[in-house]
Design a protein around this ligand. Structure first.
Ligand code: FAD
Ligand code: NAD
Length: 407
């Protein structure tokens, strides 16, 4: 009797893209049709899009994560907790810190990394909002600075200065949370709020470059009311043990002494991608329309490690959870199409809008072509957050982890 080996699909990363691929596949495959392995560093998934809240301490880190096992069907998907080191494309296997995994079809969905552009001192002295561990560290570090300021004899006011590098969506959302958290910390540690400085340094001539100017003005005004000072058209040049060096040009350089520096000035693809020999731009692979890596029939790359061009403006789509999840749906379809000998589909992003929170009760955004601010936009943000839970884990995950503090 001949037994045919089942095709083996390996998915690397259980973030938005990877988990969406796995949950779509498990719904679509027959019981013994394929073998699926999902690999992730931790046994939990975290909502990267909520990490600014955990980092500021406005949401507990356990609220932003859930067990991967709670959303996968173990009869169809095997979860492997492991750390990917690289992909050996010639031998069609994944090298993990813990061993090796052969594959027939591979989905690389390991997310992105903070982009430091080689700026001196950032890796050593600045924090980045990238995962649950870094969020916990930022929250605890800020709290430590407040507690230490109050406990020490020679009060160093720079302990109460928080600098955020970059006023893109991550920087602005984090500032919104800080604006709510700082008054709580001041109360807890008996500190005069006027002593606290929250400074945002942005290299471009505006906050949220490229976003609707009316909404940007609203965001800036709201954040300034919460105590944020913006330094626009000013680049971060170096991070040091005592703060940060910024400048408008080569000559105009200034040092800001700060107890906390959070670097939020962009992402690049995961280093695994380049280490594995894929041709990449800032760690992101310009994928084919069917999301396969060029020159590979069996490797799909999605999420923050992939690059998809928006043909209308001939520029890459910004890496977002929205796109990563949609790519997950397409990849699940395309892998099954390959296995079943059907047509592969082209990935076409369906951008429903962008909403940027300014704390739990305020936001700005454009959704379905409509501009919104304040509680309406904030409500929309929570709907989006809950929708992404729903798409992966259905109503039970929304009930367990959803955001219902609507007003
Ligand atoms: P991720 O969701 O980051 O998942 C990657 C997974 O791979 C993780 O589980 C990680 O543990 C795992 N992994 C990484 N390395 C390894 C390894 N070596 N071995 C094993 N596992 C590994 N986008 C939006 O659309 N809307 C938003 O509102 C929004 N808000 C954001 C707010 C913040 C604070 C940040 C930082 C980003 C936000 N984004 C938002 C962007 C969005 O979070 C990312 O684009 C999205 O997470 C990318 O999804 P992904 O699947 O590529 O990676
Ligand atoms: P980004 O690239 O969108 O913004 C980075 C900002 O940092 C830019 O404004 C840039 O001008 C600035 N910058 C770069 N170098 C600098 C320097 N040396 N000094 C000072 N400023 C500097 O990056 P991000 O905000 O981290 O976002 C990453 C991705 O995640 C984006 O695709 C974004 O759309 C997405 N995201 C979306 C949301 C949302 O939809 N609500 C929230 C967060 C992140």
């Amino acid at each position: 009797m001949i037994t045919l080996r089942k095709p083996k699909i390996v998915i690397l990363g259980a973030g938005y893209g990877g988990l969406m691929t796995a949950t779509r596949l498990q719904k679509a495959v027959g019981m013994n049709e394929v073998e699926i392995q999902l690999v992730n560093k931790n046994d939990y998934h975290y909502e990267t899009t909520w990490l600014h809240e955990a980092s500021a301490g406005t949401l507990h880190h356990d609220r932003v994560r859930y067990d991967i096992s709670s959303v996968i069907d173990r009869n169809k998907v095997e979860f492997i907790q492991g750390t990917v080191v690289e992909v050996n494309r010639d031998e069609k296997k994944v090298i993990l810190e813990e061993g090796e995994l052969p594959y027939d079809y591979l989905v690389v969905a390991v997310g992105g990394e903070s982009e430091t552009f080689g700026i001196k001192g950032l890796k050593e002295y600045a924090f980045s909002i990238v995962n649950v561990n870094s969020a916990r560290q930022i929250r605890d570090h800020i709290e430590y600075q407040f507690a230490t300021y109050q406990a020490e004899e020679d009060k160093k006011e720079e302990r109460l200065t928080i600098v955020v590098g970059g006023a893109g969506f991550t920087g602005i959302e984090f500032l919104g949370e800080l604006g709510n958290r700082v008054p709580e910390l001041c109360k807890e540690y008996d500190i005069d709020p006027h002593k606290v400085k929250i400074i945002c340094v942005e290299a471009a001539p505006t906050v949220l470059p490229g976003f609707d100017p009316e909404l940007v003005n609203y965001a800036v005004a709201q954040l300034e009311k919460k105590g944020v000072t913006f330094m626009i058209g000013t680049a971060v040049k170096e991070a040091t043990e005592t703060g940060i060096i910024v400048g408008k040009g080569e000559d105009e350089v200034e040092e800001i002494k700060a107890g906390t520096v959070v670097w939020a000035a962009g992402v690049r693809g995961n280093a695994i991608v380049e280490k594995s020999g894929f041709e990449a731009m800032r760690g992101r692979v310009k994928v084919q329309p069917d999301l396969r890596a060029p020159g590979h029939d069996d490797v799909f790359i999605i999420g923050d490690s992939s690059l998809v061009i928006n043909e209308e403006i001939n520029r890459p789509y910004p890496p977002t959870a929205q796109i990563a999840m949609q790519q997950g749906v397409t990849v699940a379809h395309n892998i099954l199409a390959l296995i079943r000998g059907k047509e592969l589909e082209t990935f076409v992003p369906d951008i429903k809008g962008t909403v940027c929170s300014l704390g739990h009760d305020d936001a700005i955004g454009v959704a379905f072509g409509k501009k919104m601010t304040g509680s309406t936009a904030s409500f929309m943000k929570k709907v989006i957050d809950n929708r992404s839970l729903f798409m992966v884990g259905g109503p039970s995950l929304v009930l367990k982890k959803g955001k219902f503090n609507i007003f």
